[in-house]
Write a protein that binds this ligand. Structure first.
Ligand code: PLP
Length: 450
């Protein structure tokens, strides 16, 4: 048995040695962590004070099937009892990695039939780029290395992944290296500038074409995009944007990488969103989070047969992979998670419960400080504004998102503040009653800070 701290004080004493992620470390040093989560079950977590809270962010957009599902825990245990670890380096393989790769090939759209595993969304995206650099080198086009991304994107925290993320976070590194070009954020409500939505799509596509022409398609490996931007504020692009962007890329022989770290595994009502929701066929899908519903760290870079055919041609070695690529326990968790989703028809259910969630939260837009509630199904962002007409935002020092989140937590709901935006990405197993409760808590919490 592990010697784990039990009381809040014990946890906080040991927490001084933990460096949190994406955190105000100075505030943590002064004040300590605010919440210690000690248990979880279904759509609820319990903190060290004994408060039972609705997990409105699904861990971190990832606990799709809910917490403490025995099927997944048993599958992990069974796997560890049979084979705790072996790698997929060189010519080694093992049953769970092989079976999960086969399952993902079956679920992924079109000819996406080959899977490389990693341990995080960041790594899945880095892998996509490494695969494509290798691919173009083998095709005798080594200059095709640059990456088209977008302002507002979030593709991870490792060095290249953060460079592909919106520029603010990468401290200019992408510019120094000259590898990533950020295009406009496809946010109609903020950037539409009096245009109709269709005109806005035209403008985005015209800009993209101009960027490709000026950089030179011979220098561009890929366009990477989230079907719906998540951490950038839950931005749903205008109708037709992804399909037309993919067509434009095909015209210029630029590969399309769909970052489905958040949008896959039922969050939008389908196993993958690119084809089923947005009607475009990527060349690579990257995914993580809901792949195991967070029970084990695992990511996948799912590539087309065509790309794999080139990188597996004669001569040369694919010099890439992590020790834990396709870890047996993680792959077992992925298999059990997908089996559970299929048996309980979770994606299908989300098509109705997710719509109820979306409508409930969109109903908050009558409140004076709610500028836009956007997103789809179980992926929602609420943007607060000081002035509904001008869309002026609150002074960042007011921490409006954090204040609403704190009020919500007092009422029994965890939501995620992101500046002046509040993010909701709950488990996908919420009942209509629980959804109504979330709506009511959010309404009261917003009214509290007005
Ligand atoms: N891509 C997207 C769309 C994400 O939302 C995230 C994480 O939130 C990542 C990539 C990075 O994943 P990870 O944190 O597992 O590295």
């Amino acid at each position: 048995t592990l010697d784990l701290p039990k009381t809040t004080d014990d946890i906080l004493t040991r927490d001084v040695h933990l460096v949190q992620s994406w955190a105000d470390l100075n505030s943590l040093k002064q004040n300590g962590a605010t919440t210690a989560i000690v248990e979880a079950e279904g759509s609820y977590v319990t903190d060290s004070q004994g408060n039972r809270l609705i997990d409105g962010i699904g861990g971190l957009w990832c606990v799709n099937v809910g917490h403490k599902r025995a099927e997944i825990i048993d599958a992990i245990t069974e796997q560890l009892n049979t084979l705790d670890f072996y790698s997929t380096f060189y010519s080694f393989t093992h049953p769970s990695a092989a079976a999960l790769a086969t399952k993902l090939a079956e679920l992924a759209p079109g000819n996406l039939n080959k899977v490389h595993f990693g341990n995080s969304g960041s790594v899945a995206n880095e892998t996509a780029v490494r695969v494509l650099h290798h691919y173009y080198k083998r095709l005798g086009q080594p200059s095709k290395r640059k990456i088209l991304s977008r302002h507002g994107a979030y593709h991870g925290s490792t060095h290249l992944a953060v460079a592909m993320t919106t520029p603010h976070y990468s401290d200019g590194w992408h510019k120094a290296e000259g590898i990533v070009h950020h295009m406009r954020k496809p946010h109609y409500w903020r950037e539409g500038d009096g245009m109709s939505e269709a005109e806005f799509t035209d403008a985005l596509l015209a800009d993209m074409k101009a960027d490709i022409e000026s950089i030179g398609a011979e220098n561009i490996a890929c366009f990477i995009g989230e079907p719906i931007m998540g951490a950038g504020g839950v931005i749903v692009p205008p109708a037709g944007y992804h399909k037309r962007a993919a067509e434009l890329c095909a015209e210029y022989e630029i590969k399309v990488v769909s970052d489905e770290v958040v949008t896959a595994f039922g969050r939008l009502g389908y196993f993958f969103a690119s084809k089923d929701v947005f009607d475009f066929q990527p060349d690579i899908i990257t995914t993580a989070k809901g792949l195991t519903s967070g029970y084990q760290p695992l990511s996948a870079t799912i590539m087309s047969d065509e790309i794999h055919e080139v990188i597996s041609g004669p001569g040369g070695v694919f010099l890439h992979g992590m020790t834990y690529s396709g870890h047996p326990a993680a792959a077992a968790a992925g298999l059990a998670n997908i089996a559970l989703m299929e048996r309980e028809q979770i994606p299908q259910t989300v098509r109705s419960t997710g719509k109820h969630f979306e409508a409930t939260l969109k109903g908050l837009d009558d409140l004076d400080i709610v500028g836009e509630v956007r997103g789809s199904h179980f992926m929602i962002g609420i943007e607060f504004v000081k002035d509904k007409e001008t869309k002026e935002i609150f002074d960042p020092a007011l921490n409006i998102g954090l204040r609403v989140a704190r009020k919500a937590q007092e009422r029994g709901l965890i939501a995620r503040p992101l500046g002046h935006i509040l993010i909701l990405s709950p488990t996908l197993i919420l009942t209509p009653e629980q959804i109504d409760t979330i709506g009511a808590i959010l309404r009261e919490s917003i009214l509290d800070v007005m």
